[in-house]
Design a protein around this ligand. Structure first.
Ligand SMILES: *[C@@H]1O[C@H](CO)[C@@H](O)[C@H](O)[C@H]1NC(C)=O
Ligand SMILES: *[C@@H]1O[C@H](CO)[C@@H](O)[C@H](O)[C@H]1NC(C)=O
Length: 231
């Protein structure tokens, strides 16, 4: 089977899994009483698999992120997909500093778990990427991740980011300086207080019913580089 076919199959399989998950949620949400806090950590990670070159894609899916500090994502990874994973809220649990060629990070249907209460908490993205060289990252995709607030530190270190997509991420707010870390290039002029240049081109926020207000001013730091939407 060709690489392209394999990837297509994979996407179809993922779509089927998503559909099943949505259906399960719908049927159980109002029939179950809430008793003890949910235990959010699951079983061991099912797989972390590097697809062959030239795609450079690694897919890690289903289960809890391993506590074993020796656990590594393949260093050749250029595009990392984290699918349906429970991440502990412990700091320094993730070793990504060896992913020197990573440019695309895609996180889907994943959760952060508070290890003391066993409850799911809004996703701790900065905690997850703390060890990563974020300055070489170009693209972020988030699907079905619970964020609530995209705060001033969310994009910290992502100075070369070109695009981000939030799909079904329950975002309520982007804070005032949330896009500032994306504008760390040389100043546009030598005048004091001149804004920095940025590489950021594309922001997509879809299925965001909870985002009732969006202050366009938050995009001021990236206003020059941002490209208009084709649709
Ligand atoms: C990173 O990319 C460079 C250039 O394509 C390549 O020579 C190098 O082997 C890659 N390193 C890893 C760890 O994949
Ligand atoms: C411009 O970028 C530098 C780092 O390159 C940063 O220290 C500074 O705060 C930025 N200025 C603005 C206005 O964002």
């Amino acid at each position: 089977m060709s690489r392209r076919m394999f990837l297509t199959c994979l996407i179809v399989v993922q779509a089927a899994i998503s559909l099943r998950m949505c259906n399960a949620e719908e049927t159980t949400s109002d029939s179950l009483p809430t008793l003890a806090p949910p235990i959010c950590l699951g079983g061991p990670l099912t797989q972390c698999k590097w697809l062959d070159e030239p795609s450079g894609i690694t897919i890690c899916s289903e289960g809890s992120w391993p506590a074993d500090p020796a656990f590594d994502v393949p260093p050749t990874t250029q595009h990392l997909i984290l699918y349906n994973i429970k991440f502990p809220n412990r700091e320094n649990s993730f070793r990504f500093s060896h992913l020197i060629n990573l440019t695309v990070l895609q996180i889907e249907y994943s959760e952060s778990c508070d290890l003391t209460t066993g409850a799911t908490v809004p996703f701790l993205f900065q905690n997850l990427v703390a060890s990563l060289d974020r300055s070489t990252m170009r693209t972020l995709f988030f699907t079905h991740i619970h964020f609530e607030t995209i705060d001033d530190d969310f994009f910290a270190g992502f100075s070369g980011l070109e695009s981000v997509e939030f799909d079904n991420c329950r975002i309520k707010e982007f804070t005032r300086r949330s896009f500032s870390p994306l504008a760390m290039g040389a100043p546009v002029s030598s005048l004091p207080g001149a804004r920095n240049t940025s590489s950021f081109k594309q922001l997509r926020v879809v299925h965001a019913a909870e985002l009732t207000e969006f202050a366009w001013e938050v995009l001021y730091p990236v206003a020059e580089s941002l490209e208009g939407s084709p649709s």
